[in-house]
Design a protein around this ligand. Structure first.
Ligand code: ANZ
Ligand code: ZN
Length: 803
């Protein structure tokens, strides 16, 4: 029989056959053993798929195929996150319409994805920039709007002057635009927000029960940032306004010797005395240039300006000078703090710099230490009148009760999580389905009018003048009539953050063929996603937004589950010479040349062999020839099949052990170790002349998830009467063959080890004792003494007692 297999040819052949037989569309009506296996979809950029993408899709498909052979009804969809800034920037630079460049990139990427030969169900493909998809993203917006979870608010937003757009906090990296690195400034704009903060508590509480990497759960916890403390309203000398603060340490109230407002705080203008105004204004404009991260760095020299005004400490009546400083952030709590320099590092530094009073109010044992440092732990109160001698914990409660009875505050829980700013002043995104009417305000577009189509008559430019939003430059788009009163009105000119598109796409996949509704109840039974795989960089934004949207839709009555992704895994990062492979670093490696040379199976197996899946590794192509040799060796081994042959016991044992351990490994997505076990087996089989049918059959089955095309080819060649290799059951191991039936037994004399014997499992007691006693190092003791007791713990130990 011909030994050579042309990998490239058979891959094409099997991909075609799988497509023709619809092999990768699950039976949606059969929910038993449903397995929804999702890898994060990709952005269709002009750079196509690189090795890093492959590393996500190839190994996960191996896992999905393994599940299928173990009886799962697998759904593994694929699609494109196709709205977003890069296509638009490309349009501005090269004059190619985003719709056109995106379409081109998608078809190229689809081709590349198809060459993986994964079990992608292309009949449920989606692209977020298709009307058939974004129509439902608009529908989602309307549901949030109707339920009070989408609202507009004027807010200081991050502004990138180069991209001419507002950026989300997450898109600002160390004060600079994530995309173009321009320094970010602040600007006031009316923006749309989603009220994710309504779900802060649940988003936090449900984390524990998720089968997610603990590091990711931890990051979400910090991002949500729950703090328990108190809210206190301070009155102001000669002024009717009140300053509200959030503090985690109400027990330190007697140590609050001054106040600090964020420079952006609305009271700053009202409170500042005329002689301080100039300084204050200068400081405010300095602050606007700084990012929150710079501002909250603890090691930076404190700066600030006195307003000339005073607040009153409600507990001791003392006057507290009111300052502004950039270390207080407008976005957290109420944007103001009661400063306790003896208990808070930042306040301590600030007080020292500006010579403000410091009162010690907590110490380890309640005695004054008069030390020149700050004590931020819990302890016992001092210099605090009725709180003296109380633990911090007890004092907190007393202060909160008092605040409540004085009607100036009480206990309060604060979250670091902000509402999600979703409007973007960009073109290539989902238009916001709202119409602004002078009389009726913000009116939702009736659902029957969806989709609100993205206009095509836009002149792409790096700035759009005062309009800010590209959509505002299209007269036909922007001018409409109010659905309420029929008067002329204007459409919302903004588009949605692309994270809105990806916040619900997992719901759409099993429904992608259905036009009349975003999702159908029977198809929703395919949710939640059983396994979700993607990069760790999505730990906070995407993964938090998706959880929020699931919970919101559940509360609107559309879903009956709480969490979208049952199990989450982050694939490791593929680096090139130590840096993450990415377009911006210019160090991407295309998989295409390797696939052209070795074929997709070899490439996939090589990627999986590089290292543990969740750790990734540094790309180099040196080892790929080794994998190629290994696969060719398997082809030769299969050729040695002899159906009359019955297999040698030692080969049987090795085979069954291999079946067991590859099953264990693949179950845990340990692809690299699974492959090395296959290599060990093939090394042994290479040395054998004739190999029995069961061994060959098992070998092909074990290989199937790892190199799907090759295995399908070998299967069809040696077992031509049966269906696809992926319709076969995963091989079962015989546990009696796995246990080694020869074991070493320790032989003791009076409790001391004197020797070892090799016995067959469950050898009768008398023979074991006989063998033990005949050991030279044992018999000499028996001869020199009196054997009084013989103890045998079956299959474990012999102990002889001699007097
Ligand atoms: C008085 C105090 C005394 C504080 C003390 C701490 C220690 P977390 O734990 O992160 O919630 N704070 C409140 N709002 C702030 C803002 N907008 N910008 C900067 N700092 C702010 O931190 C809560 C603590 O951070 C609050 O408790 C407040 O300082 C400060 F011994 O109040 B504390
Ligand atoms: Zn109207």
């Amino acid at each position: 029989m011909d030994q050579e297999i042309n990998f490239i040819e058979i891959e094409k052949k099997w991909q075609q056959k799988w497509t023709e037989s619809n092999a990768h569309t699950p039976n949606f009506n059969n929910l038993d053993n449903k397995f929804y296996c999702l890898t994060m979809f990709s952005y269709p950029s002009g750079d196509k798929l690189h090795v890093g993408h492959w590393y996500n899709y190839g190994p996960v498909d191996t896992y999905a195929r393994f599940k299928k052979m173990n009886g799962a009804n697998v759904f593994q969809p694929q699609g494109f996150d196709s709205f977003g800034l890069p296509a638009e920037n490309y349009a501005i630079k090269h004059g190619i319409h985003p719709a056109e460049s995106t379409k081109k990139n998608i078809s190229k990427m689809r081709e590349q994805l198809q060459r993986i030969g994964a079990m992608f169900d292309w009949s449920n493909e989606l692209s977020t920039s298709d009307q058939s998809y974004y129509r439902w993203t608009q529908w989602l917006f309307l549901q949030l709007f109707k339920n009070g979870l989408a609202y507009q608010k004027t807010a200081p937003v991050n502004w990138c002057s180069s991209c001419a757009t507002v950026l989300a906090n997450e898109q600002v990296k160390e004060g600079h635009c994530d995309r173009c690195n321009t320094q970010v400034t602040k600007r006031d704009l009316k923006q749309w927000f989603f009220k994710i903060t309504d779900y802060a508590e649940e988003l936090l509480n449900n984390l524990d029960a998720l089968d997610w990497p603990s590091k990711t759960k931890h990051m979400q916890k910090n991002w949500i940032g729950k703090s328990i403390g108190a809210e206190i309203a301070f009155s102001i000398k000669n002024n009717n306004s009140k300053i509200s603060v959030f503090t985690t340490r109400p027990d330190t109230i007697y140590g609050a010797t001054y106040m600090v407002l964020a420079p952006e705080h609305s009271l700053v203008e009202k409170l500042t005395t005329s002689d301080n105004l100039k300084n204050i204004h200068a400081y405010i404009s300095e602050t606007r240039k700084k990012s929150e991260i710079e501002r909250s760095a603890t090691d930076k020299e404190k700066t600030g300006v006195f307003t000339g005004a005073y607040a009153i400490n409600p507990f001791n009546g003392k006057e507290m000078p009111i300052w502004i400083s950039d270390y207080v952030l407008i976005s957290y709590g109420s944007g103001a703090v009661m400063a306790v320099p003896s208990g808070d590092e930042r306040d301590f530094d600030f007080a020292n710099k500006f010579d403000l009073p410091i009162t010690e109010v907590v110490s380890r044992d309640g005695k004054a230490t008069n030390s020149d440092s700050c004590f931020s732990d819990y302890g016992i109160c001092l210099n605090s009148e009725n709180l003296n001698g109380l633990t911090s914990e007890a004092a907190k409660k007393v202060v909160c009760d008092e605040l409540k009875s004085k009607k100036i505050g009480g206990s309060k829980t604060q979250f670091r999580l902000h509402d999600w700013l979703i409007s973007r002043q960009r073109y290539w995104g989902t238009p916001i389905p709202i119409i602004h009417c002078d009389d009726c305000g913000a009116v939702p577009v009736p659902e029957s009018q969806l989709p609100i189509q993205l206009p095509m008559d836009i002149e792409f430019s790096s700035t759009y003048g005062d309009d800010i939003s590209p959509l505002a430059t299209s007269d036909t788009f922007i001018n409409t009539v109010c659905p309420n009163c029929n008067k002329p009105a204007k459409r919302d000119p903004d588009t949605m953050d692309t994270f809105v598109c990806s916040s619900w796409y997992y719901l759409r996949y099993p429904n992608a063929e259905i036009d009349s509704v975003p999702f159908d109840n029977s198809r929703l039974n395919w949710l939640p996603v059983d396994l979700y795989v993607g990069g760790a960089e999505h730990a906070t934004m995407h993964l938090l937004y998706a959880r929020f949207i699931t919970k919101a839709l559940r509360d609107f009555g559309y879903l009956d589950f709480d969490e979208p992704f049952k199990k989450l895994i982050h694939q490791g990062t593929i680096t090139k010479d130590g840096t993450k492979m990415s377009k911006s670093k210019g160090n991407t490696v295309s998989p295409d040349e390797f696939i052209d040379e070795y074929g997709s199976d070899t490439f996939r197996a090589y990627l999986m062999f590089m290292g543990p899946f969740e750790e990734g590794g540094d790309w180099n192509d040196k080892g790929i020839t080794g994998i190629s040799r290994f696969l060719k060796k398997i082809v030769k081994i299969c050729n040695k099949i002899d159906r009359k042959q019955s297999s040698d016991i030692s080969i049987q044992k090795l085979l069954h052990k291999t079946i067991k351990s590859i099953g264990d490994d693949l179950n845990q997505l340990k692809f690299n170790t699974a492959i090395s076990k296959l290599m060990e087996l093939s090394n042994v089989l290479t040395k054998v002349d004739k190999i029995d049918e069961f061994t060959i059959k098992s070998l092909i089955l074990l290989l199937a998830p790892i190199t799907p095309h090759l295995s399908e080819e070998l299967w069809s060649k040696y077992f031509p009467d049966s269906k696809s290799v992926f319709e076969q059951a995963w091989p079962k191991f015989d546990s009696s063959l796995i246990i080694d039936n020869e074991i070493h037994i320790a032989v003791q004399v009076n409790g001391k080890l004197r020797g070892n014997i090799l016995i067959e499992l469950n050898t009768p007691k008398d023979s074991v004792l006989g063998m033990a006693k005949s050991l030279e190092n044992v018999s000499k003791y028996i001869e020199g003494g009196n054997l009084v007791k013989e103890i045998y713990v079956p299959n474990k130990i012999v102990n002889l007692v001699i007097k």
